[in-house]
Design a protein around this ligand. Sequence first.
Ligand code: PMP
Length: 336
Amino acid sequence: MTSVRSSAAASALHLIGNTRMVRLAGPSERTGCDIYGKCEFENPGGSVKDRAALFIVEDAERRGHLRPGGTVVEGTAGNTGIGIATVANAKGYRTIIVMPDNQSGEKMATLRALGAELVLVPPTKYADPEHFVHRSQRIAEERDNAVWAQQFDNVANRQAHVETTAAEIWAALDGRVDGFTCAAGTGGTIAGVGIGLKERRKDVVIALTDPHGAALYNYYAHGELKGEGSSVAEGIGQGRITGNLEGAPIDAQFRVSDEQAARAVFELNRQEGLCLGLSSGINVVGAELLARKLGPGHSVVTVLCDTGFRYLSTLWNPQWLREKGLPVPDWMDGQG
Ligand code: PMP
């Protein structure tokens, strides 16, 4: 059952990307399609954001904005911060992460463990100059030899997915890919994979899968940036057309609820042995919707963004699930 890889990576940075793809049996059988998940939890920082972090840092190096001993600054609480700290450690840079002080202790502990300097700010509106994004920009501007990663509008982010994720999907399936879908945070993944796959096959169908509360579903369906409802999924849900989303080749759009996503994640865990975060559930439900739209016999790919072990106090905690009105899987019922 196992496959043997025949080479050792030259450094931890070389462990980023070239993640494997896994056929998802339940979704494939229900739709008569082959539905694959790209295992982004295999990256050394544990998520899809390692790719963007590597490309953003190397782009800054090429432009001469970052020299040896420099600092990478970003306003983020999640996977991007972890990706940046991972890449910065491997390259000898320092990391400063500005985050709202209401973020989970797990995230702060993870970033501290990676040696990132944390700057905690009160959670405020984007228009406030003290908002974590603006504060991170100012810190980068004030420091010598520091760069602001600016993941939302820095297109080095989506370029990572054009050059690596899309190329890997194409190679893994020998070009037999009919559709791709995922949710958007910065939009780097959906835009970059979309552009990269369309370069190889013009009629591949690229679909955005939006959580409730995000504005992109309405934008691609009706041309209006408007959100309805809300979602507890972390890392996704966008209210504007970021620099990375500009010109993204989106052919179709779906909207998926947290409850649908949670049920998908629990099923993938119990039936397929994959413990994932909620954005992966949004993506897998979206992949099933895209497969139904294309019809039996097609190949659809999505992204398994990060591991469920990053969410033990939330998605994998029955008490939290009850508080959020989400279903509790039967094997966890009675545990809290
Ligand atoms: N899922 C998770 C858990 C994430 O942290 C992110 C990144 N914000 C995404 C999905 C979306 O990726 P992107 O920023 O490329 O749109």
